[in-house]
Design a protein around this ligand. Sequence first.
Ligand code: PLP
Ligand code: LYS
Length: 420
Amino acid sequence: MDYFEYRDGVLCAEGVALPEIAERFGTPCYVYSAATIARHYRVFDEALAGIDHEICFAVKANGNIGVLGLLADLGSGFDIVSVGELERVITAGGDPAKIVFSGVGKRVDEIERALEVGIACFNVESEAELERLDAIAQRVGKTAPVSLRVNPDVDAQTHPYIATGLKENKFGVDIARAEALYARAAEMPGLMIRGVDCHIGSQLTQLAPFRDAVKRVLALIDRLAERDIVIDHLDVGGGLGIRYRDETPPSPAAYAENIRDLVADRDLKLVFEPGRVLVGNAGVLLTRVELLKPGQSEDDKHFAVVDAAMNDLLRPALYDGWHEIVAVAPRGDTQARAWEIVGPICETGDFLGHGRELALAANDLLAVRSAGAYGFTMASSYNARPRVAEIMVDGDIPHEVRARETVADLMRGEKRLPFV
Ligand SMILES: Cc1ncc(COP(=O)(O)O)c(C=O)c1O
Ligand SMILES: N[C@@H](CCCC[NH3+])C(=O)O
């Protein structure tokens, strides 16, 4: 459930009419609902009741400081993949002791900063990274808490670009090699072994792959125990899917029940790294129809050119991601026809939706739904388009939690070569 509802024929976010937001902050903009994010967090947390757990929100899904601050206040930890995300979490008031650091290519400066602030765990993805981390930790006089991200080789049954748990993917270490690597890590004076980590993919709508992965990782934990390598937490990653169109993802409760029996009798904390499921349906991209380009005949394509584009929301272009597109103030179906909802960018792939049955006129507002995850975070300034504002509605108050960039912002630091 989310808090985007029609009232008196106008789509509202927590009761605030989206046309008011468009008027005040301009379009395009992202609009998030604080109550929806809080609700999703609580539902996820409550589903895990009875399991010793930590929720570490995957910042890559939505790194807005207002969003991170809200989650930090609810008690969330964070899964980061760069020093940029680390600084965002700290600025938002997140607790470094609840941060896990994932990623296949952590730079030296990123590791140094994470050691300095004292994060909970480095999710190490290769032998070379173990060595790098050990050397840096020794140099700065710290001990780095580590998990190895293992690749359980399960098929997550999702889009190939967002499946991460197969042997052929670049992530993690082969589970068959993990014991040997743990044994090496145990010898490294700069490291302290804490956990085992895995993450098999994103937008998962089946439970079986999660269960398979957890089983395989628990078997590894048992083998490690035989070598006196003690693991205090199992990080199962993120990946729980949401409904964009007609998917039927498991509820957080079903997701928790799916693995509860496997971990029931173990002295093991579970770490979860949900991203999309917490924020995906808590945001829309609000956009205005610039102009209509209907085809010559009914069989031709009819284009509605809107002011948002693939640089603002890349998912349709990159993954053929389907997002529901609705009129903010629907005109009724009488003149509805199938519109190609496209942006102004010079790419044929610049579309937000194909063949959407809508009754449209120039200047109409549209809401692209389920845009709270991997929306703004994947935005770029392609075609020298400044990134849009992000608005958070909290109660009946819309706050600008990130201002729209300006053309001048885009050019900051750039200059012509001096003439010779
Ligand atoms: C290591 C890691 N953790 C967590 C996530 C969050 O995934 P999701 O947004 O699918 O929950 C991702 C992205 O898939 C990831 O790569
Ligand atoms: N960016 C992807 C998800 C990637 C997950 C990264 N681990 C999406 O929009 O669906």
